[in-house]
Design a protein around this ligand. Structure first.
Ligand code: SF4
Length: 506
């Protein structure tokens, strides 16, 4: 365990920067200098199908259910025992994979990926799955997460003659497989995975086999399921979240374990632990925000965790009020828990427009600050004259929270009490979540009272760390990463300069 990750990194906020930011707060943030999308971005979603006559269509459905984990690009690779096809594109799953496109992906094996870029640039080149013709044969790979020692690995592979086609983490794993001197392919994969550090849930495919693996600390989720086939053996399915199984009518079997490599072939399912002994550190923010509430991850239903976060929040920081209102959609489940625990009515006092997409590029948008109003609209008759408890899942830069508080007050609320269903976000993530640099995280540089003043709420409270950990408890006593709330990173010293946002390293 180390705290060193943050020491000595160029650009990390120091006292003088903190003071400068404080004065900006006092003057009011120069909003043009700040990112408008004041939310952490999703990571990626992966799926794999073995033994289904229409594997590409099943992968498509699974990716559709995982669209919330990345909307930038998507891809599906299939194999029929002889050939390996791969199609990927920029945009949403449903935009890329029409009937016509899916018909070009034959085979009973498939892997798929939906991506939000975390490392590598966002070009189509880095969309996944990546197909590499290596010394070990054709391999397609897709992964969710971030490798944190990729700089060293890439340099040493290049010294060994590796030629990289992309800047994506995934290709490093394939190159490590290609350069491994182990005997069988599965040995080479295990050898490769044991050399990379960081967060990864991976699916891989050759012409006739599927592989699925999680990093030794189990940062990202990956579940295994089974689909009944009318004729022949069951199909085996892997997906980042179990909600994908529901659309496939697949039955959840279990999670792929941290440090486990599962192989599916015509001989059935085999598994090995390629790494043992590291404490588990699953991403607690999956339960707070990323994963869908209808998914079971890390052995626990996300809905149960969020409901408990809301209840715990009500116990820790209850305040007299008339109504509990979520910031939709991610704040809804915690708000339901809060309202029930507090004995207050739950009301959808803010309505989200689900059709706001990346394509809203009217020139007027730059002139008129639609901002949050484009996405959220208050229900005036539910808010007017009410003392409102507003439930959200995070405050990143604070800009959006301030607009929402103003919106609720503008609709006639007499008091606005903001409650956040996790602790203050004080450190960036290096494990696959696109967080801004520390000097942009409002809670890294300001007290709760200063943030309250900035967002103009009557009161502000966050869930305590103990309260969060109690809310995500599970039967398996899973360990969680809480680094973005504590600054205690579970990996050793790493090449952080490689993955820091450009604004910090420049
Ligand atoms: S730092 Fe935060 S977002 Fe990143 S893996 Fe840890 S808990 Fe998840």
């Amino acid at each position: 365990m180390t705290h060193r990750l943050y020491q000595g990194i160029p650009g990390v906020i120091d006292a003088s920067e903190s003071l400068r930011t404080r004065s900006l707060i006092a003057d009011g943030y120069p909003l043009t200098a700040l990112h408008e999308a004041d939310k952490l971005h999703e990571e990626c979603g992966v799926v794999a199908i073995y033994g289904h006559p229409q594997a590409a269509r099943e992968a498509y459905l699974a990716l559709y259910a995982l669209q919330h984990r990345g909307q930038e690009s998507a891809g599906i690779a299939t194999a029929d025992g002889q050939h390996l096809a791969n199609i990927k594109g920029m945009g949403l799953v449903s935009e890329i994979f029409t009937d016509d496109v899916l018909s070009k992906l034959p085979g009973h094996l498939a892997i798929g990926h939906t991506r939000y870029s975390t490392t590598g640039d966002s070009a189509l080149l880095n969309a996944q799955p990546i197909r590499v013709d290596s010394t070990k044969g054709l391999i397609a790979i897709a992964h969710n997460g971030n490798l944190v020692n990729l700089g060293n690995l890439r340099a040493s592979l290049e010294r060994d003659g590796a030629y990289f086609q992309t800047t994506s983490d995934s290709e490093i794993i394939v190159q490590l497989i290609a350069h491994s001197r182990s005997g069988t392919l599965v040995d080479c994969i295990a050898d490769s995975l044991s050399q990379v550090e960081g967060a990864f849930s991976i699916v891989m495919m050759t012409r006739d086999r599927i592989f699925a693996a999680r990093d030794p600390r189990g940062f990202r989720p990956l579940s295994m399921g089974r689909m009944k086939n009318a004729e022949g053996p069951d199909s085996i399915v892997f997906a980042s979240e179990s909600c994908a199984f529901d659309l496939l009518r697949a039955e959840y079997i279990r999670d792929v374990l941290p440090g486990e490599l599962v192989m599916v072939s015509q001989d059935g399912v085999t598994s090995r632990q390629y790494a043992t002994g590291l404490p588990q550190s699953s991403c607690v923010f999956e339960h707070v925000y990323f994963a869908r509430p209808d998914s079971r991850i890390f052995g626990r239903w996300v809905q149960e965790s969020r409901d408990e976060m809301g209840r715990q929040l009500a116990r820790e920081s209850g305040v007299p009020a008339d109504v509990v209102v979520p910031v939709p959609d991610s704040g809804v489940t915690a708000a339901l828990g809060y309202a029930e625990e507090a004995g207050l009515p739950f009301r959808m006092g803010l309505i989200r427009n689900h059709y706001v997409g990346r394509t809203f590029i009217e020139p007027e948008q730059r002139v008129r600050d639609f901002g949050v109003r484009l996405k959220l609209n208050p229900v005036h008759n539910l808010l007017a004259g009410k003392r409102v408890i507003l439930i959200d899942d995070s405050i990143i830069r604070g800009t959006t929270s301030r607009k929402i508080v103003r919106m609720v007050r503008g609709a006639g609320a007499t008091e606005v009490h903001l409650r956040i269903s996790c602790p203050p976000t004080i450190s960036p993530c290096f494990y696959g979540v696109d967080t801004p640099s520390k000097n942009e995280l409002i809670a890294a540089n300001h007290s709760v009272e200063e943030i309250r003043q900035y967002i103009e709420a009557d009161t502000l409270a966050y869930l305590s760390l103990d309260g969060l950990l109690a809310s995500v408890r599970d039967e398996q006593k899973t360990g969680y990463c809480t680094a973005c709330y504590t600054g205690n990173y579970p990996t050793q010293w790493v090449d952080v300069e490689d993955i820091l946002p450009a604004a910090v390293t420049s």
